[in-house]
Design a protein around this ligand. Structure first.
Ligand code: BEZ
Ligand code: FE
Length: 294
């Protein structure tokens, strides 16, 4: 293999992988090389631009640690995360649509009983959330596990706040609940607000250079898991938010946008008296049954 030139290089790289025993890996890498080379040819990538890209990816790597995943942000802002989510979550139209997981999910969130306040001191106006989980034929899904997480009124998730004296994250506006036997759930939290995705790193610089903003419309995250159904990772968005049509990560679906109703101070849905205005949100989730495997 000598004297490879700009016309033969793509085939040479593909041929070099012919001994790969993993068929999927070979197929994915062959396609990646084809598209990468086609891209470099199409834009006639200069050496300076190539070097700039290498420096950019190096910065993305350097800022990434166990709390900050800049590669996921890059994937999100380039629409790759949402593309992968969409093509792996095709469902019948009656089912609730999936959207991006995002970088702020935490496994093993604190467990709460229905009706509890999951805010745990997070700043924000009270919001009473209720809803139900059903199957595609309308059957209630009791005992479904709901992971819920959201930002506070300043647009920050608990994982972005200072840790406690022992270096632990204090879980706020995040929790795990189970639906009642009739598929319903309800809990108290705070009103979600629009927030910018972390933009003090290379991805933020990229957005600025491209004339883009880093904002996401206000939303509440749900990850719903129930035996016999496909897991659902999604958000519920707040109608009226100014960023619904320009979400920095392309995650908004009309079916997920609902009215979060504002109420004046007074009796709240849990029977307590709220001396401040509060919000209510109600949403019905429809899960896709798992395909039977014979
Ligand atoms: C989020 O909604 O938590 C999120 C999603 C993608 C990038 C950053 C944040
Ligand atoms: Fe979020």
């Amino acid at each position: 293999m000598r004297n490879i030139n700009e016309d033969t290089i793509t085939q040479a790289v593909i041929a070099s992988m012919s001994q790969c025993e993993n068929d999927r890996l070979r197929a994915v890498m062959t396609s990646l090389v084809q598209h990468l080379h086609a891209f470099a040819r199409e834009v006639k990538l200069t050496e300076q631009e190539w070097f700039h890209a290498i420096r950019f990816l190096t910065e993305v790597g350097h800022i990434t640690d166990e709390h900050r995943q800049e590669f996921v942000l890059l994937s999100d802002t380039l629409g790759l995360s949402m593309l992968v989510t969409s093509q792996n979550n095709r469902k019948p139209p009656a089912c609730t649509e999936a959207t991006v997981l995002g970088p702020f999910f935490v496994p093993d969130a604190p467990e709460y009983a229905l009706g509890d306040d999951i805010a745990n001191g997070a700043a924000g106006m009270p919001c009473f959330v209720s809803g139900s989980v059903a199957g595609i034929d309308g059957e209630p899904v009791g005992g479904a596990q709901l992971d819920v997480w959201q930002s506070d009124e300043d647009g920050f998730y608990d994982v972005q706040h200072e840790t406690d004296a022992d270096g632990r994250i204090v879980p706020q506006a995040r929790g795990r609940l189970r639906t009642a036997a009739d598929g319903t759930f309800h809990f108290r939290s705070i009103l979600a607000e629009a927030y910018p995705i972390p933009h003090d790193g290379p991805v933020g610089k990229m957005l600025e250079a491209l004339g883009r903003h880093p904002w996401r419309p206000a939303h509440l995250h749900f990850w719903i898991q129930a035996a016999g159904y496909e897991p659902l990772i999604t958000h519920v968005f707040r109608d009226g938010d100014r960023y619904l049509d320009s979400d920095a990560v392309f995650g908004v679906r009309s079916s997920l946008v609902v009215d979060w109703e504002r109420h004046e101070a007074g009796i709240a849905p849990d029977g307590t008296t709220s001396d401040t205005p509060f919000y209510t949100l109600d949403y019905r989730f429809v899960l896709n049954p798992l395909e039977e495997t014979a």
